[in-house]
Design a protein around this ligand. Structure first.
Ligand code: CIR
Length: 343
């Protein structure tokens, strides 16, 4: 049934009227959905109208001009149940990692050998937390392939396959799509829309979405509709051009809590969340890179090594930290969350 909701989302985006003609990707195949019974069509229409109202409300102008919120988003709680930590897709470092794109945090030429060592420790840190690792081989022809987060976004039992925002990275998605398609339904973003998974922060009942140089308005609109039909809210944040992705400077160590980097995001932008009871830990601009971390239900947070202020902030908040030296991953603008897709 849920798959049909997704089909309906695509109908609206693609301008098609016959919902049973909409292709939904599953594995490497395209399936044509069967006709729906009348009562289900009725239900879909009602949901559609709810979606339209939500959409209209999200278009209301905001005083600070930065934030657009979906209606009814983010019932913040301490509930871990929505977060997936059982398995993670990771991918080896390309032998051509020295040609990876590096325009933000990267300050020196990426080195494949050192990056492989860092990646191995990263994978070890995930395994220590009981995560089952599903590892794909690195690809010579895709220097950035280790940053799998950008290639797919898991939403409940589905994976949204975005049109990635940098053209050199497009082919990275093929193997990831095939792999995730074995366990999840696949939803392909239409051409014209762009999004990198790095612009999506899952926050339990809602998704925080970064509008960035990689993620455009159409990408956000498509994603909003897909997750809205699955019962999630969204909140869009303007990512400054000085910042690659939203996850680069914002992550969530546990439900109800965000870590954000000063100088990249502002308290005004996050005020709708803070006003809703979300606790926000700010890390100073000079440690902005460390705002990207991975939390686990047992209170362990994987953090990047050598950011002492952030380490103290996280530990003072009651977490136990596990540091990974990310310097050689950072050289290609990659952070902790970029190297995995949890599902
Ligand atoms: C890129 O520019 O696409 C890669 N060099 C870095 C991608 C990092 N991914 C992420 O923040 N999610």
């Amino acid at each position: 049934m849920v798959g049909r909701w997704i089909a309906n989302a695509e109908v609206a985006k693609l301008g098609q009227r016959r919902w049973d003609e909409v292709p939904v990707l599953s594995g490497s195949q395209v399936q044509i959905l069967p006709s729906a019974p009348y009562f289900f069509q009725l239900l879909v229409n009602i949901l559609d109208n709810v979606s339209i109202i939500r959409c209209l409300l999200s278009c209301l102008p905001r005083a600070n001009g930065y934030v657009a919120c979906s209606f009814g988003l983010c019932m913040m709680g301490e509930e871990w149940g929505h977060r997936k930590r059982a398995r993670a897709v990771v991918r080896g470092v390309s032998s051509n990692f020295d040609q990876a794109i590096s325009s933000y945090f990267g300050t020196h030429t990426p080195d494949p050998v050192s990056a492989r060592e860092a990646h191995a420790d990263y994978v070890a840190a995930l395994r220590e937390q009981g995560v089952e690792i599903v590892s794909l081989p690195g690809l010579d022809e895709y220097p950035d392939c280790t940053f799998v987060e950008d290639a797919a976004v898991v939403v409940a039992d589905f994976a949204v396959i975005p049109v990635m925002g940098h053209p050199t990275r497009e082919g990275e998605q093929v193997a990831i799509q095939e792999l995730l398609g074995k366990d999840l339904g696949l939803i392909q973003m239409p051409e014209g829309a762009t999004m990198d998974g790095g612009d999506v922060v899952f926050f339990d009942d809602c998704f925080l979405l970064g509008k960035s140089t990689r993620t455009n308005a159409a990408g956000i609109a498509f994603f909003e509709q897909v997750v809205g039909d699955l019962g999630y809210g969204t909140m869009t944040l303007e990512v400054p051009d000085s910042t690659l992705h939203l996850t680069t400077v914002c992550s969530s160590p546990k439900p109800g809590m965000l870590v954000a980097a000063e100088g990249h995001l502002t308290p005004e932008q996050l005020a709708p969340l803070a006003n809703n009871g979300v606790e926000i830990l700010w890390v100073p601009n000079e440690e902005a890179y460390a705002a990207n971390l991975i939390g686990f239900e047992n209170g362990v947070v994987i953090i990047s090594a050598d950011y002492p202020i952030t380490k103290r902030i996280i530990e003072d908040a009651g977490f136990t930290t596990r540091s990974v030296d990310m310097a050689h991953i950072r050289a290609a603008d990659g952070s902790l969350t970029c190297c995995s897709i949890f599902y």
